[in-house]
Design a protein around this ligand. Structure first.
Ligand code: ATP
Length: 220
């Protein structure tokens, strides 16, 4: 039986329900054997914004995914020196699982900018993409922004649909209800002293509180 392995890269600063819930929908639809969440080491597009240390971001992913049997926190980019590129990470998964069906998960905002990613053509040939619905960009607007050469690969999928395994390289657009949460929003609310309980898994909420990750009034 062919394994289905998914990789989901992100800053996860912090990991929030907008990462988790759509991935649960994707898991229920595509029946992944494993989803590996890979906190980004030094993402080239976020060089001017300092990220929370990767040890904290990895810990939050590990805590949030603990209740989900098939979700895993990956330390793949922890020890990489210099800028970390998604394509290099996905290449390593391809090598690690040579016979598996490999998927890469990303939000529709990220997908709309895929043509700016390092070696993006290689990336879309290494893994099938599963695009998660991020509210502000979907439907015709998204299709219009997609590089021309990918348009014939787009396949709309409803959550829980019975999806046959792909034959050629495919970009799935998973039409789940959007989950309008962003890490920027979570960090800002925390700085302003507002609760973030409904925006992050409760384990992440406790972790952020304990280590006062996004507080400016730090007296710890
Ligand atoms: P920030 O606000 O700091 O830019 P973010 O909330 O976009 O962060 P990231 O960790 O940078 O989160 O995103 C990692 C991946 O998760 C990206 O592919 C992004 O599109 C996707 N993503 C983030 N939030 C959502 C969401 N609410 N719904 C769907 N996809 C999301």
């Amino acid at each position: 039986m062919t394994q289905r392995i998914a990789v989901y890269g992100g800053s996860f600063d912090p990991f929030h329900t907008g990462h988790l819930v759509p991935t649960v929908r994707a898991q229920e639809t595509f029946k992944f054997d494993a989803v590996h969440f890979v906190p980004a080491g030094n993402p080239p597009h976020k060089q001017d914004e300092p990220l929370t240390p990767i040890t904290h971001r990895l810990s939050m992913v590990a805590l949030a995914t603990l209740p989900y049997e098939r979700f895993f926190a990956s330390d793949d980019e922890v020890f990489v020196k210099g800028p970390t590129y998604t394509v290099a990470t996905v290449r390593r998964y391809r090598e690690r699982f040579p016979r598996a069906l490999l998927y890469f998960l990303l939000g529709s905002d990220s997908f709309s900018q895929i043509a700016t990613w390092e070696s993006w053509r290689e990336l879309v040939n290494l893994a099938h993409l599963v695009v998660l619905h991020r509210a502000h960009i979907w439907g015709p607007e998204l299709r219009q922004r997609v590089p021309e050469e990918l348009r014939s690969r787009l396949v709309d999928v409803e959550p829980f649909a019975d999806v046959p395994d792909p034959t050629g390289q495919t970009v799935y657009l998973l039409n789940h209800d959007p989950f309008p949460v962003s890490a920027t929003d979570v960090r800002q609310r925390q700085r302003q002293g507002f609760p973030i309980r409904e925006l992050v898994p409760h384990e992440v909420n406790s972790y952020i509180e304990k280590y006062r990750l996004y507080r400016t009034d730090d007296e710890s």
